[in-house]
Design a protein around this ligand. Structure first.
Ligand SMILES: C[S@@+](CC[C@H](N)C(=O)[O-])C[C@H]1O[C@@H](n2cnc3c(N)ncnc32)[C@H](O)[C@@H]1O
Length: 441
């Protein structure tokens, strides 16, 4: 018997009417009963799309190469690196207010379909952090690379090739300092701007070699590959700026190693702290001395926000990076009120069943996991053990929705969900979801 031929539209140019935004930044279109995920389109446009990735299933992927009927929301791309094919500013062609509407639509769609929150409107509100609506120069943490020629730049979309056109996300002082550092070929470079105006540059060998070829490996394996790379990576060689980076929020100053996590947008840390303070104040039936877990807590940014609202709280900061955890004590007094725990959250929860050592199960949990979210097992444990409120900060609408869905299925009540435009000119959006325990009713 002849095997059925696989559909493969690769290389075909289709004329398509672009529909709504999809999770991941592409826009949906349809052709001959198949979905085409289009990069570089905007809702309502008629465009020519070249198909460049066809797995042969009910969908394929393409890139807009010519716009026949442009959207009024289309703008000249602000980013030369994006125009040259870099993967970062993938919504650089969309006006900022329209981009926030699209991000809010994706957030709402994921919250409804995956998060099982039926009450969400068609689009959730996405606010600019701290009223700071700059589309360029907002990034205070930049990771660049060099190729054979030693010229620093950012990676091409879905490739390990280097684009050396200027990246407009980073504060220009970071680019200047990186170029001045002249780190040589095949380096991974970290440029960080502290709140005191000092720029810190560190570098190490690239562990994922830069090549001319397209990288067609699946996104699903990206987190695993990133972890493997991190474990292979050498130590950062610090070449400019003081050894620690200064960050100030709400009157407290943190001193962090250059590779410790901090929110990349210059106004994000303060803005999220405000949101967390608001969510802590509204937590139902919260005792005056609550047990609080700040999971994936970094250097304790949100622990500080909790203590501002509930000074007698007993906070445990759980964080896997020792570099971040060591910085907790630079801003908060370590003692009975603040206990840093160096652990992966999964292992902390295994050890903490009952949690007698930390005053019992938590009243309040704040979690801010990396892009992949906390996962079903972590969320199931938190749903079971948390008495009052869970505040989930997540930078991927789908994984945030999956995590929230675990709580909703366990009878938790959504008290609010909103977005923050913390990654301008990209499809990325930070979401903050607040849910209340059935035990607190
Ligand atoms: C998005 S950051 C949030 C940090 C902090 N909440 C802040 O705003 O500064 C996520 C943090 O989780 C840490 N992390 C990643 N996976 C982890 C895990 N499985 N367990 C504990 N911490 C983890 C990372 O090192 C990183 O500091």
């Amino acid at each position: 018997m002849t095997p059925p031929t696989r559909t493969d539209w690769t290389g075909r140019v289709l004329r398509l009417r672009i529909e709504g935004p999809a999770q991941g930044g592409e826009f949906v279109a349809r052709h001959s009963g198949r979905v085409v995920f289009c990069r570089g389109g905007i809702t309502g446009e008629l465009a020519e799309v070249v198909i460049d990735d066809d797995p042969g299933r009910a969908f394929c992927r393409g890139t807009v190469t010519r716009v026949l009927e442009p959207s009024p929301d289309r703008v000249d791309p602000v980013c030369p690196a994006a125009a040259a094919g870099a993967g970062c500013c993938d919504w650089s062609h969309i006006g900022p207010s329209a981009a926030r509407v699209f991000a809010g639509t994706v957030l709402a769609d994921q919250a409804r379909r995956i998060g099982r929150i039926q009450s969400v409107p068609d689009r959730l509100s996405v606010e600019v952090p701290g009223g700071d609506d700059a589309t360029t120069g907002w990034r205070t943490v930049a990771r660049w690379v060099t190729g054979d020629d030693g010229v620093p730049g950012v990676r091409r979309s879905r490739s390990r090739e280097v684009v050396t056109h200027p990246c407009v996300q980073a504060d220009p002082r970071i680019g200047e300092a990186i170029r001045a550092a002249g780190v040589g070929p095949h380096r991974e470079i970290l440029g960080v701007l502290g709140d005191d105006g000092q720029v810190h540059v560190a570098h190490r060998p690239v562990t994922d070699p830069v090549s001319r070829g397209r990288d067609r490996r699946s996104r699903r394996g990206a987190a695993t590959r990133a972890r493997a790379r991190a474990s292979r990576a050498g130590r950062w060689e610090h070449v400019s700026g003081a050894p620690t980076v200064s960050r100030t929020v709400g009157g407290r100053t943190w001193r962090l190693p250059v590779d410790a996590f901090w929110q990349a947008h210059r106004s994000a840390a303060a803005h999220y702290s405000d949101l967390v303070r608001g969510a802590v104040s509204g937590a139902p039936a919260l005792p005056g001395d609550p047990v609080v877990w700040d999971l994936y807590g970094g250097a304790g940014l949100f622990s500080a926000a909790v203590l501002d609202v509930v000074p007698r709280a007993r906070v445990t900061v759980v964080e896997s990076s020792r570099a971040s955890l060591e910085a907790v004590g630079s801003a908060l007094e370590i003692g009975p009120a603040v206990v840093p725990v160096a652990s992966r959250v999964e292992q902390f929860l295994e050890r903490s069943s009952g949690a007698a050592d930390r005053g019992g199960d938590p009243d309040l949990v704040i979690l801010d996991p990396p892009r992949g979210g906390a996962g079903i097992e972590v969320m199931t444990a938190l749903a079971r053990g948390t008495a009052s409120r869970i505040i989930h900060v997540g930078c991927d609408p789908a994984s945030l929705a999956r995590d929230v869905g675990v709580l909703v299925s366990a009878g938790w009540t959504p008290a609010g969900i909103q977005g923050v435009a913390a990654f301008p000119a990209t499809h990325h959006v930070e979401g903050l979801a607040v849910l209340d325990s059935p035990r607190a009713r």
